[in-house]
Structure formats: structure tokens, C-alpha cells
Design a binder for this molecule. Sequence first.
Ligand code: UDX
Length: 415
Amino acid sequence: MRISVIGCGHVGLVVAACLAKLGNKVTAVDTDGEKVKLVNTKVSPISEPGLEEILSKVNIEATRDYSPIRDSEIIFICVPTPSTEDGSISLEYITQATKQIAAVLKEEKGYRLIVVKSTVIPGTTEEVIVPILEGLGKRAGHDFGVCMTPEFLSEGSAINDYMNPARIIIGEYDKRSGDRLSSLYQNFNAPTLRVNLKTAEMIKYVSNAFLTTKISFINEIGNICKQLGIDTYEVAKGIGLDERIGAKFLNAGIGFGGPCLPKDLKALIAKARQTGYQPRILAEVLNLNNGQALKMIDLLKKHISLKDSSVGVLGLSYKPQTDDVKDSLAITVIDTLLKERARVKAYDPWAMPNFSKLFPQIEYVTSEGVLRCDAVLVLTEWEEFEHLDYKGKVVIDGRKIAKAKEARIYEGICW
Ligand code: UDX
């Protein structure tokens, strides 16, 4: 099929690359000229394992100009919907993109399908996107179709997540829209659920809200287990064997960060409050997460006084296998260390260039440099941290690194 993808961010690029790999003719649109240039030279503007290899083998036409999308049968919208001050999402980029699509559609005769893949609050596709698309005279369900299909990819395993999805959710304006999107997915081996637009939008938020609840739940259990001298990870293994609970997402630690989970949880809380409902569980999931990483500082203070001490930080990205530092809990921890006048030295295999844009004032060193500090905090579970020599050190571990237990003084956040 001929497909356009609007937005060359993490989701957009992965979708574009995978659809091209599956034999579709893909055009990718982004307002950032630098990104467009990179994609056209088959270089990935983001670090995602396997992405550049696909880009090197396929022919994606990247452009800043929307007019080439007129030849596409399906147009995916994959632009960001960032958080605003009150936790709700900004629709600035998605409304701009939709207006540009509407302008192209206006001149066209054939039926097109517009698919929202950006994460948007329930009601957005129907109440905001469709009216903009219809604004220039065309009619949804007649001249064009509309779907909302959430993306569940995780950074670091995004290609595999896209190619082998656990499920495909198709939110459809009408049957014709859903049929066209289904035909694109016909060779995927995954259960498919067809629902209305706002149900699809809600499924995305509820998936992420459930994952955050699972993490804050196990962190709370971990905080209790630590008081009782019980290993949380063994408890998690024990309960995870029950299929109703499941073993995944029960890794206790410093909490959840990244570009999606915190943002989506805040947006769902904000939307619920807008409707007049006060979400209690979700609000506590967020509160607990906000405090969890700071427990690292409390544990550290039991062993050294922070003022003028050197504190080494292992791990800056919000999780391994990415250089992404968006809403990384390392930000909260390092911010507090600096306020307490500690001298911070940090190491991360991939994320130091991104982190140094946020914290130019700290020292970036090798992992050996970190281990020479008065104390060490482990904030991300990079595999290479399992092979360091912690003997003789003071280590506060936020991610359960087995080898770190060899330290002279060792404390785990939840164990
Ligand atoms: C998440 C969702 O998993 C994905 O389905 C959605 O499409 C986008 O958001 P991602 O942000 O890439 O993906 O990372 P994820 O692997 O979910 O981890 C998010 C955060 O939770 C990380 O900070 C991670 O360290 C933390 N986490 C995860 C835990 O603390 N414990 C766990 O058991 C799992």
C-alpha cells in the first residue's frame, strides 16, 4: 500500500520503517529539516536497536512538505502530544498536522484513511481531529475514513513490538475505515479488537495506567519488605507465578520514568478530574512514584554526609538500551544531590550526551571514575553494571544489580 507517516519521532520512524520493510511504499513527513535529511540518507535520528539497519535497506521518502501525502491510501498521524503544566496533553502539534492533511485532502477525489497513532485523550479524534479534517468541505465516512490505533511499543524493543504485537486495537469511525486498516494488518499474527474511536484511545491510557499501577504497587510492597528484611524480588517471583497476576512489570526499584508512562498517567488523572471524578488509585500511583527515587537519597544519608562528598551515579537513561532521558528519575536524584551540595560524577553507556544538556554542571566520567567516589548510586540496570568491581565501595542500589552486593556497604532500595 502507499502510506504516509506524519512525525519522525520514536513511534513515527519505527512505524514508517516497519511498514516499508513489509513492502509498503512509505512517505515520512516531519517539520524538522535535520531529521528529514538524516532519514533520506538512511541514518536514524534516534537510537533504537535495529532501526538503522531497516532504514539502510528500504526506501522511505522523507519530506517537510505535506503535498506528497496526496498519493497515500493511508495517512498515519504520529506527532507528539506533550504534557502541559496541569498534566493534560497539548494538542498543538496534532492540530497543526491535521490542518495540513485537510488542506491536501481538499484537492483530492479518492477515498483516504487517516489514522491517529499519537496518544490522545478519549474523545480527541472524534471531537477535534474529525472536525478539522471536515473543515475544508470533505465528509468523514464518505470522502475519507478515520481510525485511531494506539501504539504499544517500548523503547529498546520497538521494532519487535511493532512486528510482533501482543494485540492490535482498531478504533474505527465506521466499518469501512476499520476494514481498510485491518487489510493493512492482515499478515500480522495477533488478536485484533475493533472498537469505537474513544474506546481505542482509552485502551492506550488504561494499558499504561495499569503498568504504572503494577510498578508503584510492587515498589510499595518492596518498601514494606525492606522493613521486614524480606527480598522483594523473591516475593515478586512467588506472586508472578499466578497467571492472574503475571510475572512482568514487578521489578521493584526507583520507579517509572520515560516519555510515556508518567505523561500518560498524568493526562488520565487530569481528564478524570475534568469530568468531576477524583481518581484515588491513580493519584497515589503517581505520588508514590514521585517519592520513590528520593528514597535513594535517604538511604545514602545513612552512610555518608552529602555536603562536599563525591557521589557517583551509574545510569542516567530512564531504562537500559536507550539514550532517552525524558522524565528519567536520575533527574530527580541528581537535582537533590546538587541541592545538598554533593559533588556528582555520572556514567551512562549511551545517555551522557543527552543528560549533559540538562546537567552541564556535573562531571561525566567512566564507570571506574564513578566507583572512585565516596558512594555510588545505581539508577539504571544496564547489563554492563553487572560486571563492575564493587568491592570496598559504598553502594545504594535502585535496580537490583547482583554483583553490587559485593560492596563493603550495600543497600538495596526495596531489598
Ligand atoms: C512504555 C510501555 O511499556 C509501552 O507499552 C508504551 O507504548 C510506552 O510506554 P517505555 O516507556 O519504552 O514503554 O518503557 P517501559 O519498559 O515500560 O519502562 C518504563 C519505566 O518503568 C522505566 O523507567 C522502567 O525502569 C520502569 N519499570 C518497568 C520499573 O521500574 N519496573 C518494572 O517492572 C518495569
